[in-house]
Design a protein around this ligand. Structure first.
Ligand code: TRP
Ligand code: ZN
Length: 767
């Protein structure tokens, strides 16, 4: 069968949420047998199938880019008259209600540049199946509501691939013919195909143990290339903290004897929660002070926790269909945010979560790609791994937590896991569990799942000094979004407190209000002083954390917080952050000695946080030290891909006038490649958020972005499609820029052989 990714003449079809039907056939068991080779891998699959419901539909299995060698049904080899090969499916008529089906296919991991299915990354063979990658490995009903027990045998060259991993436990292994060896893994937990994983490679492990609170000992391993072993300590510490936190906070224990993490260099997203075999983008595993910033350390802890938490929120209880993606992602982001808050400063965590929401999700919700947290339709599901599904989805869970309070929320979570364990369910099932456990009516709250757009909340306050009465009036409204013109009022929890306009003292307790009408009035008595209103913010905590330092001037802050010996502690991190913020403000003010200060810091730094911050300041300026620093950084780290990504990104986000030209030049740099998503994003995604350079008046930024997205689409559509969004913001610019942006979108839309990923983003952006 040919690879069908290319050349779509008729526009690809949209999948609708309303069209959901339960599967015709279930697959209780699968035995997979891989003969691994990077050039050509053979995959034999033995499926047991069971018809569900009364129907005479044939067995229909998804498959994409597979070369079918043979197929047999209940032991009988089928001729081509007994099955049909459609574009992306294998269809086999079958009269019985139970069947055993066996297929043999060939795939080519090395030629797989999409990084979906089985592919090669730096000599490691690995898989990525979410959302629809399993169909690129074998024929299977590749949808999350088909739960299957997996037994996986793999056979590979022992020297090239000494380590063979899959989900569950290794139950058998041995020597094979010639230079080959094999292993068999079994996962006792039925799972959807998107959680399947396999890794074969020359890897070494950082090993540790975790004893669960019921006393079970779990073997932990983080697998990396040999030279990277020393950089896995922080990820391991984060994993153990996450396991403990989930026991303490949600009462959730780990459910197997092994937990493996593998780091790979080529990966479309951050990481993947495959059952007991998490596969990570190496940037979320590897860290040491010389190469990773404090921000990198925080991100590693958050992503390790996120993927681990999926073991319950996603794996044990999974999604019925991909429209329910936020069921697992929104909840799991909320869980990882709560974890990070509990590890460090809750106020600092919350501020950075809100910043991410405002800078990524608000614009998405106000633009042409706006969609509800539970979308109603998609062309390509990969395009819906968005800030809306993840971050706004997490805010919905946070609202429930606020609305119900921590105890009722925990009861709701317990009920949700208990009721739905081992099943594929919907966002509605989550809300229903919260409703049942708390006894609260959440009907208005449900609108958050179906309505796109950011509600505007306004608040005014009236004060009558005579009666000491304050009246707070809250109002909500939502602008129309694509396909949704009329919006209904939603349930919005509002925390409010009154402060004396004169005294600055808080007047009474903080209150929790609920706005579930277009407008509402809250009357508060006993307010003698003229009040001012404070709504929803962690302001006091922020003031407590950094207030004192803000009062000092930037130079004093810099002098007081820089050039200490590196230490990884909350205090040392806060000092570095403050010192580097001060440096950036000193530079932004145009102070003449700023470049010298930055260069001195760059040279003296004993950690990447300070080195990168200094380099970023220099890269924005004009000083001769800029060239020296960029060259020095490059020479020092040219063999470290993750640090070289920083070198590309720092230049792509520079505020210099020649940044657009420099970015074009960097796209021709020998270390630039379209094949590695991290490298591609370090240049192109960074450039796209650089307002000044991207919107340079000549329009060359737009041309560059469109050109490189088109090139990348031929190699990796999933990653390419996500980079085109900055062009979709054309409605917000003046006519000149707006029309140049549209011209570039139209150029992409007219191109031949567009992937459906990119087609969807571009056609919606043109709107
Ligand atoms: N489920 C992953 C997460 O935890 C996201 C993810 C990883 C993903 N790889 C992917 C999504 C590939 C789509 C395609 O967030
Ligand atoms: Zn996730």
């Amino acid at each position: 069968m040919l690879d069908m990714q290319s050349a779509s003449v008729t526009p690809p079809r949209a999948i609708l949420r309303e069209e959901y039907r339960q599967p015709d056939w279930l697959v209780p068991d699968i035995a997979l047998d891989f003969t691994l080779d990077p050039g050509l891998t053979r995959v034999r699959a033995r499926l047991t199938l069971e018809r569900i419901g009364r129907h005479d539909a044939p067995i229909r299995l998804d498959g994409e880019g597979l070369k079918l060698i043979e197929v047999s049904l209940d032991g009988e080899m089928l001729g081509t008259d007994r099955y049909r090969l459609e574009d992306d499916a294998l269809v086999i008529p079958c009269d019985a209600d139970k069947a055993r089906l066996e297929t043999l296919v060939e795939i080519a991991p090395q030629a797989n540049s999409q990084l979906m299915g089985l592919y090669e990354s730096g000599g490691i063979l690995c898989t990525q199946c979410e959302a629809e990658g399993f169909r690129r490995i074998t024929f299977f009903p590749d949808r999350p509501d088909v739960l299957t027990r997996y037994s996986v045998r793999m056979d590979a060259d022992k020297a090239e691939y000494p380590v063979l991993l899959s989900n569950g436990d290794c139950v058998e292994s041995g020597e094979g013919e010639g230079s080959r060896h094999w292993a068999r893994w079994e996962d006792p937990w039925p799972k959807p195909s998107y959680l399947f994983a396999l890794v074969a490679g020359d890897l070494v492990a950082n090993r540790d143990k975790f004893v669960t609170r019921s006393g079970k000992s779990v073997d932990l391993a983080i697998w990396v290339r040999e030279g990277d072993l020393a950089k896995t300590g922080h990820a391991m510490e984060s994993l153990k903290k996450a396991m403990k936190w989930d026991e303490e906070t949600y009462g959730r224990e780990y459910d197997l004897d092994q937990f493996n993490i593998v780091a790979v260099a080529d990966f479309n997203f951050g990481a993947m929660e495959n059952k007991s075999l998490n596969i990570f983008n190496s940037r979320y595993v590897l860290a040491d002070p010389d190469t990773a910033t404090d921000g990198d350390y925080d991100a590693i802890a958050a992503v390790v926790a996120h993927e681990y938490f999926h073991n319950w929120s996603g794996n044990r209880v999974t999604c019925r269909d991909w429209f329910q993606l936020s069921l697992k992602e929104g909840f799991t982001v909320f869980r990882d945010q709560s974890f990070s808050a509990d590890q460090g400063s809750p106020a600092v965590s919350r501020i950075s979560d809100v910043r991410a929401l405002r800078s990524a999700q608000f614009p998405e919700d106000a633009g042409p790609l706006a969609h509800p947290v539970r979308p109603d339709s998609y062309i390509e599901i990969s395009n819906f791994y968005t800030a809306t599904v993840y971050n706004k989805g997490a805010e919905l869970i946070r609202m429930l937590h606020t609305l119900l309070g921590p105890e009722a929320f925990r009861k709701g979570a317990d009920l949700y896991f208990e009721r739905n364990d081992g099943q594929a369910v919907t966002c509605e099932d989550f809300v229903a569990a919260m409703e049942d456990a708390s006894g609260r009516d959440l009907s208005r709250f449900r609108l958050w799942y179906s309505q796109a757009g950011t509600p505007q909340l306004s608040a005014t306050i009236d004060h009558d000094a005579g009666s000491a009465r304050a009246t707070v009036r809250l109002e909500q409204s939502i602008e129309p979004t694509p396909g949704q013109v009329d919006k209904q009022p939603m349930a919005i929890p509002v925390k409010l407190a009154l402060f004396g306009a004169h005294s600055g003292k808080r007047l009474g307790e903080e209150m929790l209000g609920l706005l579930d009408e277009p407008s509402e009035e809250i009357v508060i008595d006993g307010i003698a002083e003229r009040p001012v209103l404070s709504i929803n913010q962690a302001r006091e905590a922020l003031r407590r954390d950094i207030g004192a330092a803000l009062a000092a001037d930037w130079r004093a802050a810099y002098a007081g917080n820089s050039a200490e010996r590196y230490e990884y502690s909350p205090e040392a991190k806060a000092k570095r952050r403050l010192g580097n913020t001060a440096l950036s403000f000193i530079a932004a003010s145009g102070a003449e000695d700023a470049p010298q200060m930055a260069f001195a810091q760059f040279e003296a730094a004993d950690n990447m946080t300070d080195r990168q911050a200094a380099l970023a300041v220099l890269a924005n300026g004009d000083s001769p030290d800029r060239v020296a620093a960029l060259a020095g950084f490059y020479e020092r780290y040219r063999d470290n891909a993750l640090v070289l990504d920083k070198w590309f990104a720092i230049q792509a986000i520079s505020t210099r006038d020649d940044t657009a030209a420099r970015v074009e030049e960097l796209a021709g740099h020998p270390d630039f490649t379209l094949r590695n998503p991290n490298r591609l994003r370090s240049l192109v995604t960074s450039f796209g958020v650089n307002q000044r350079a991207f919107h340079t008046v000549s329009g060359r930024g737009y041309r560059f972005l469109a050109g490189i997205v088109l090139e990348a689409d031929k190699i990796n559509p999933q990653t390419a499609a996500r980079m085109v969004t900055p062009l979709g913001r054309w409605r917000r610019l003046e006519e000149g820029r707006s029309s140049m942006m549209r011209t570039e979108l139209e150029r992409i839309a007219r191109s031949e052989g567009l992937s459906k990923d990119l087609y969807e983003q571009v056609s919606k952006s043109l709107g």
